[in-house]
Design a protein around this ligand. Structure first.
Ligand SMILES: [Zn+2]
Length: 283
């Protein structure tokens, strides 16, 4: 196995069903047609990571934890870090502060009770910690989160803060560390490359170029995966072209790319990498 650059990169997974995507606005009937596949999909990803001897952080949606507690326990047994991906996959900037606090606290308690571990990491649905919901960082710190991984330092369809610091850094708003998903930054271009649709669309050699660019500076790449994005068998719905693209584009290509990354680079959970944070924390 070639893992030349000796930097521990960060692997994260958002554990949710494909119908949780906030941009699709699916009807209840469409959700039922898609069915529930998260357990099998996550099991497949666990096996893949085990085969390559890699670890990561799984940000589990409260709804999923509630319905499939055995999946949460499996992740803990296999030595993965648990984080929280919200309760119902609602956009943060559409919630009131107190509503967000109570829902997030409930989901954190639920996940801690099931997993038997303290949860210190949070990932917002659809990068929805934006300029207008930065108040949420104070809430997160207040209820016991030590790090957040929700601020995409680029523009995205439903979220992102294009001018935000792309390196791991301490936030000013609260006692919390931000672990942003990686982007390629050249001139005024800020291009995410490390997960979701970007990982599905971009050629592997380009992703590898971005990884090497960061690792040569001693910086970890932060990738994010969704178990359903490695499942080309998800049922086909009649959607407009945008919906089809968001839900089905290149699902049959993701596993091969992920396997190449797992074979070429070293990955660890967020919490472990943060132990060395002072060596690469940005200002
Ligand atoms: Zn999500």
């Amino acid at each position: 196995m070639v893992r030349g650059l000796e930097v521990r990169n960060i692997l994260t997974v958002d554990v949710e069903e494909c119908f949780h995507r906030n941009d699709l606005l699916l009807s209840q009937q469409q959700k039922e047609l898609l069915g529930t596949r998260v357990v099998e999909q996550t099991e497949r990803l666990i096996s893949l990571l085990k085969a390559y001897g890699q670890k990561g952080t799984f940000f589990v949606l409260g709804e999923v934890a509630e319905r499939y507690p055995h999946l949460v326990r499996r992740l803990v047994e296999e030595g993965f870090e648990l984080g929280l991906h919200g309760y119902h996959h609602r956009l943060i900037y559409e919630q009131k502060k107190e509503e967000f606090r109570s829902e997030t606290q409930d989901a954190k308690t639920l996940l801690e009770e099931i997993g038997g571990k303290e949860i210190i990491g949070f990932r917002a649905p659809s990068w929805s910690i934006t300029q207008r919901s930065l108040w949420s960082l104070e809430v997160l710190a207040d209820i016991g989160f030590k790090y957040d991984s929700s601020i995409l330092p680029a523009r995205a369809y439903l979220g992102g803060i294009p001018g935000s610091n792309p390196r791991i850094h301490r936030r000013e708003e609260a006692e919390i560390i931000e672990v942003p998903p990686s982007i390629l930054k050249t001139g005024c271009l800020r291009l995410p490359f490390s997960g979701g649709l970007y990982l599905r669309m971009l050629p592997y050699n380009f992703i590898r170029y971005c990884f090497n660019k960061l690792n040569k500076k001693g910086l970890p790449a932060v990738i994010y995966l969704h178990p359903w994005e490695l499942d080309p068998e998800i049922p086909q719905l009649k959607l407009n072209w945008k919906g089809r693209f968001a839900l089905y584009h290149n699902l049959d290509k993701v596993q091969a790319k992920v396997e190449r990354l797992l074979g070429e680079y070293s990955f660890a959970p967020v919490q472990e990498v943060l132990e060395d944070a002072c060596s690469f924390c940005g200002p």
